[in-house]
Write a protein that binds this ligand. Structure first.
Ligand code: TMP
Ligand code: ASP
Length: 250
């Protein structure tokens, strides 16, 4: 069922954002559209919107319990959530615990290398430019955030990583890497925004040693491994089973 909402404010690759009567809030709809490689690969994945919305909601709830400021307000249906309206900082913050993906394509670092401390990479959020990897100097040159805010962004991302690593570990999922986005609300608070789901995380199943079978995230779609929604469903099942008492799982 579609909740009441105002005008469409923004449509991205995986979500739509609608106005709400409260100007401090917006309604987010999670879509079934799947894209990869900067939308060069596209598909409709039945049920993806619901799975990502429900997984994100549980993860935002448990992060909030642990003191992380997030945009999440509450669920408004199977594919809908109410969030605080924020101005998104145009940075994609990627935290890497284990080397894979673009890190291994762009450097000689071997697949599977444990990264300690976890590597934090900043990308410029701009589809037309293909979300380029930034250097520290380019981040400063772009002026997307001052020194204090950059340091707050890094601290928040590292705290989220620590909490999610422990949470996923307890449900036999290895958090390989993930992407976060952050924004500023009307009061100027830095909030964790966007989504946290198998679209934006790499999650490996510790219950199998098979290098393909263990993939429970969007890499199944990127690499044509099949069973994409079954994998997301398994993540939701474990996340739901473990968050009946969120305080205990952190
Ligand atoms: P990468 O290895 O392709 O750089 O991806 C690192 C992590 O960021 C991985 O968990 C997938 C996620 N990610 C996104 O959420 N959106 C993106 O556009 C890209 C490229 C990666
Ligand atoms: N999010 C990007 C896209 O939609 C890339 C990716 O996740 O692989 O194209």
């Amino acid at each position: 069922m579609t909740p009441d909402h105002g005008e469409l404010l923004y449509e991205g690759k995986a979500k739509r954002v609608f106005a709400l009567p409260d100007p401090g809030q917006v309604l987010v709809e999670y879509k079934n559209d799947a894209t990869a490689f900067n939308a060069q690969k596209k598909a409709q994945l039945e049920d993806k919107g619901r799975l990502n919305c429900q997984i994100s909601a549980r993860l935002f709830e448990l992060l909030a319990v642990a003191g992380i400021p997030t945009h999440y307000v509450g669920l408004a249906g199977e594919t809908w959530m109410v969030v605080q309206r924020v101005e998104i900082i145009p940075l994609e913050v990627v935290l890497r615990n284990i080397a894979t993906g673009s890190l291994c394509r762009q450097t000689p670092i071997a697949q599977g290398t444990q990264l300690d401390p976890p590597l934090l990479d900043l990308y410029y959020k701009d589809d037309a430019l293909g979300d380029p990897l930034l250097t520290d100097a380019r981040v400063r040159l772009l002026g997307v955030a001052d020194e204090a805010r950059l340091s707050a962004i890094e601290q928040l991302a590292r705290r989220v990583n620590g909490l999610l690593l422990a949470f996923f570990d307890a449900i036999d999922l290895q958090l390989v890497d993930f992407k976060l986005e952050m924004g500023l609300n009307a009061a100027g608070d830095l909030l964790l925004a966007d989504e946290i789901s198998p679209d934006t995380c790499r999650l490996w199943d510790r219950r199998t040693g098979d290098v393909d079978d263990r993939i429970l995230d969007k890499d199944r779609f990127r690499k044509d491994l099949g069973g994409v929604m079954e994998a997301y469903g398994e993540v939701l099942k474990r996340v739901q089973a473990s968050t009946s008492n969120p305080v205990n799982c952190l």
